[in-house]
Design a protein around this ligand. Structure first.
Ligand code: PLP
Length: 385
């Protein structure tokens, strides 16, 4: 196969098939079944000065990055994906499209790094940012008007796992000509396809489930249909230079092969644990979109067709000291930030978010891994006591 023209997966193929085959075909030169790693930073010109193989200089594009981007665009169902060195760099590629005087409506509940970018970088440039409760359609309807250029959503959102009705939010935003962005990191395209709800741009921190092994930092912007926007984001990628390095692209593409398998197991583990935690006397509140008592459950059932994700937040009965004590006592659950890896993690969220945090102090966020569900349950049982 010509590495500049990676084959897309067969039309209509299922998610797991596309995880394995999208933009992945034997290497034309060697027959290698998976794409080799190309570390070159520069590519040869033809005698006539052209670049018939499509690559010129690695900041602008590399074979491993192009293949990864084609694969992610295929999985999400968009026209283009653009890979960055982190999730926050991917965010900025979109936020950099704003100009002074523009107005942004953003979900108040979102990744704290995104919140900080909006408050500290975007707002400083003369862009007005209004934070709202995006799960409340009346707040969305009130906040979005003709001056709104961008609506920033995250669903399920960090750290309360709130669910936003993406189709409804998109319809409101589009009625006023605003662009709709959804950070779909917690869901992955296995659980939800925001483009089916007319969202314009999907963002992923690839560091989480796409990477899946807690060893690659990366970010992805995926664009549904707007070719002009795709060209501007690609231009930004090349000029800002926060590109994803070849080996990281290669690792990410390798990890995507098992994305469906991992998500299937992690979602099943999470649902089982959430149902158990919801009845535990040491737990005040279990937040998981798959539980019928979750306020966003009905929307999640419609919107998250593949599963409810593998993130659970629990408010323990007691205060911060009690929550920290439970985190200290876990044996399988590792005390660490981040999510989406094979290993389960527990995190006291308020203390990592810092002074601006609105997260309840008795909240522990759990990233559920692929381990045996009974082992995970027993670990939490002995830790909660
Ligand atoms: C981790 C995370 C980010 C930021 O991604 P990085 O790869 O850490 O830059 C953005 N959004 C969500 C929902 C995340 O969990």
């Amino acid at each position: 196969m010509d590495p500049t023209k990676p084959a897309l997966s067969p039309a209509g193929a299922g998610f797991d098939t596309r995880c394995v085959h999208a933009a992945q075909a034997p290497d034309a030169a060697t027959g290698a079944v998976v794409q080799p790693l190309y570390l070159a930073t520069t590519f040869e010109r033809d005698a006539d000065g052209g670049y018939p193989r499509g690559f010129r200089y690695a900041r602008e594009g590399t074979p491993n990055r192009s293949a990864l981007e084609a694969c992610v665009a295929d999985l999400e169902g968009g026209i283009a994906a653009v890979a960055f060195a982190s999730g926050l760099a991917a965010n900025l590629a979109i936020l950099e499209q704003l100009s002074s005087g523009d107005r942004v409506v953003a979900a108040r509940e979102c990744y704290h790094g995104t919140h900080r970018q909006l408050r500290e970088i975007v707002a400083r440039r003369g862009v007005t940012v209004e934070f709202i409760d995006a799960t409340d359609p009346s707040e969305l309807a009130r906040a979005i008007d003709a001056r709104t250029r961008l609506v920033w959503l995250e669903s399920p959102a960090n750290p309360l796992l709130s669910v936003t009705d993406l189709a409804r939010a998109s319809a409101l935003a589009h009625a006023h000509g605003a662009l709709v962005v959804c950070d779909s990191t917690f869901a992955t395209p296995y659980c939800q396809r925001p483009f089916d709800s007319s969202v314009d741009v999907v963002i992923h921190s690839g560091t989480k489930y796409f990477g899946g092994h807690s060893d690659v930092m990366s970010g992805l912007v995926v664009i549904r249909a707007d070719r002009g926007l795709a060209a501007r984001v690609l231009e930004w990628q090349s000029l800002a230079g926060a590109v994803l390095a070849p080996f990281d692209c290669w690792l990410l593409r390798r990890s995507i092969g098992t994305l469906g398998l991992r998500m299937q197991r992690q979602c099943a583990n999470a649902l089982e644990l959430a149902e158990w935690l919801a009845h535990h006397p040491g737990v005040e509140r279990t937040l998981y979109p798959g539980l019928p008592q979750h306020p966003g459950h009905d929307i999640a059932r419609r919107q998250m067709t593949g599963g409810f994700g593998a993130m659970i937040s629990v408010c323990v009965r007691g205060d911060q000291a009690r929550a920290m004590d439970i985190a200290r006592r876990t044996r399988l659950f590792r005390r660490a930030t981040s999510l989406g890896g094979l290993e389960s993690l527990v995190e006291h969220r308020a203390s990592i978010e810092g002074p601006h945090s609105r997260t309840p102090h008795n909240l522990l966020r759990l990233s559920i891994g692929i381990e045996n569900a009974r082992d995970l349950r027993e670990d939490l049982a002995q830790a909660i006591g």
